[in-house]
Each structure stands twice: as C-alpha cells, then as structure tokens.
Write a protein that binds this ligand. Structure first.
Ligand code: SF4
Ligand code: SF4
Length: 186
C-alpha cells in the first residue's frame, strides 16, 4: 500500500536570550490566557513559560513548558556562554519531580505549552505578542510527513477482507508475503 504524504505545519518560538530583559510579561499573559474563565486571573505560577532571571549577572532565560517526565535526570549540566554561567536545569523544558516548575500550583499537575491553541486560531501566541523586546519570535514551517495509517482504518479494512475472503486465506497470503520479503532481504 503506498504511504501517503501529508503536509504538517510545525510551529516554533525562537528565543533570543540576549534580548530578554526579565519583565515577565510573557508569564503574566500566558497564565491569564489559560485561566478559566479566560483572563479571570494572572498567576504567573500557572504560566507555561517561565523566565529564570538573575539581574546581578544580567542573565534572563525564558523557557517553555515541555513534556512531563516521571524520572529525574541522573546527571546535570552547567553551561557557560559568553562568560555567563547558567544553573543546572536552567534550559530544561520538562516538568519533573526534582522541581516545582511547570506544575499547576494547586493540583501539582504538569503544565505544557500548547502554543495558545484556540478557536479561531491566533495569528501568533500571546507571549510573543506581549514580548515588546522581541526576545520571542513566532515561526511556522511546512513539513511533509508520512500519513500514519489509523488503527481503526486498518481494522476496518482487514475486517472487510476477512468477510470477503475468509480469515484463513488472509493469514496464508500474509505468511506468503512475509516469506517472500524475507527471501528478498537475504
Ligand atoms: S516578555 Fe519577553 S522580554 Fe519579557 S521576560 Fe518574557 S521573553 Fe523576556
Ligand atoms: S505559546 Fe501560549 S501557551 Fe505557550 S508559553 Fe506562550 S502564551 Fe503560554
């Protein structure tokens, strides 16, 4: 069966750490946009972007919440970039057991950036709109990916074939195809 290709839009937010001034407007608007009801509160603890900042060292790092992970890293890394030393975990996007970052303050449930998915869609995410220093830039690119065959579609197709030809015949055909493919690879 030929694998179909489909277009996928990949959304990214480019972070220019050097332009970030630590104003934390991105945290405020993110939490307000995701509050229920929307804009009813603005607790930055609920934001899906967190800015770690150290004014004395002139160091500000906006980080977007990524996937939840149930395990802590065994090793940690320190970075020195242009003479500035960054803390362990400072660039990490994971919500994990070793810190309280990217967790709902009341429930402790992990938070994840959803690129401000909404209906109708926004032209750009809220944190990007509110970042007046342009430390955050929204970008979209189109990628071609192989269409995944949905399991339900596969099952429906197999069921139809089984009804038409009988399960034994399908099993025989599959066995023949498998042995042919194995022989070709040898
Ligand atoms: S709004 Fe922009 S400049 Fe302000 S903290 Fe967030 S990323 Fe940094
Ligand atoms: S893209 Fe939206 S959800 Fe993600 S951090 Fe920015 S404001 Fe929050």
């Amino acid at each position: 069966m030929p694998v179909e290709k489909k277009k996928k839009i990949v959304k990214t937010i480019k972070i220019d750490v050097d332009k970030c001034n630590g104003c934390r407007a991105c945290e405020v608007i993110c939490s307000a946009f995701h509050a229920a009801p929307q804009y009813s509160n603005n607790n930055p603890g609920r934001a899906r972007i967190q800015v770690s900042f150290d004014p004395l060292k002139d160091r500000y790092v906006p980080v977007f919440a990524g996937e939840y992970t149930p395990a802590e890293c065994l090793g940690r890394d320190k970075y020195i970039i242009n003479g500035k030393e960054y803390e362990e975990c400072e660039f990490c996007r994971a919500s994990c057991p070793s810190r309280n970052l990217f967790k709902e303050p009341d429930s402790g449930l992990p938070l994840k950036c959803d690129m401000c998915e909404s209906d109708p869609p926004l032209d750009e995410p809220m944190c990007v709109k509110w970042c007046v220093d342009e430390a955050l830039t929204y970008e979209e690119r189109e990628e071609e990916v192989e269409e995944e065959v949905k399991l339900e579609d596969l099952e429906t197709g197999l069921e139809e074939l089984a009804n038409k030809y009988g399960l034994d015949r399908i099993a025989d055909t599959l066995a023949r195809m498998t042995s042919k493919e194995t022989a070709t690879k040898k």
